[in-house]
Design a protein around this ligand. Structure first.
Ligand SMILES: O=C(O)CCC(=O)C(=O)O
Ligand SMILES: [Fe+2]
Length: 209
């Protein structure tokens, strides 16, 4: 019998967003709408959200966006010149991690979460290639809440491509994507509701206190 509460069926094969210099696969909805709503509510209240602190060209900036960093061990993760230490997994994060690993076939040992309170908040062009991350490791991105546009820009030819990240969807960036492409979450006036994003990552094991 078809059960609406089961995890939504994935497209038989994910759609590749970029055709060269890396692989970005959009799987569409990984969770049913109800499950996505439930995870959104739980993560919103249970995650230890903190405003992100970044240091850009000597300027210490506190972002309106909130973040959290979780992992198998107290991994250190430094980006924008600020180091974060991973908190232990929550049950919901472990469930989502297991699901993502099952769907993608990759293993992850840490997760960076972002909370964008509205369309006013986004993330500027960057690639996720810090030395703490496994080189060319896969990064799996789960989206919950407001549907937002996610864009890629090639570092040399400036080609730009975008995908809409649905509530409960899964996207994976792998291969040489981070070496050749930047990505961003553009701010938009059209959206006033919040979005949570989880990026499951593979941190090098030596990055422990
Ligand atoms: O919010 C997103 O979809 C992307 C977040 C991102 O690129 C990051 O955390 O590195
Ligand atoms: Fe990123």
């Amino acid at each position: 019998m078809y059960n609406m509460d089961l995890f939504a069926e994935l497209a038989p094969s994910p759609i590749n967003i970029i055709d060269y210099d890396g692989i970005v696969e959009y799987y569409g909805m990984m969770l049913s709408y109800q499950q996505a709503d439930d995870y959104f509510e739980k993560l919103l209240t249970q995650i230890e959200w903190k405003h992100d602190q970044v240091n850009i060209q000597g300027q210490f900036i506190v972002t309106p966006r909130k973040i959290a960093w979780y992992g198998d061990q107290p991994f250190h993760y430094t980006y924008s010149n600020v180091t974060k230490v991973a908190l232990p997994w929550t049950p919901e994060l472990l469930q989502l991690k297991a699901l993502v690993e099952q769907q993608t076939g990759y293993k992850f040992n840490a997760c960076l979460l972002n909370l964008y309170h509205s369309g006013d908040e986004g993330m500027t062009w960057h690639s996720d290639a810090e030395k703490d991350l496994r080189k060319n490791g896969a990064i799996a991105s789960v989206s919950l809440g407001a549907e937002r546009k996610f864009s890629f820009k090639h570092k040399h030819n400036q080609q730009t491509l975008s995908v809409l990240l649905q509530h409960g969807s899964l996207l994976i960036m792998r291969g040489e994507t981070q070496s050749h492409w930047l990505h961003r979450l553009p701010p938009t006036k059209k959206i006033s509701t919040p979005r949570i994003n989880l990026t499951f990552r593979m941190i090098n094991q030596r990055n422990i206190t």
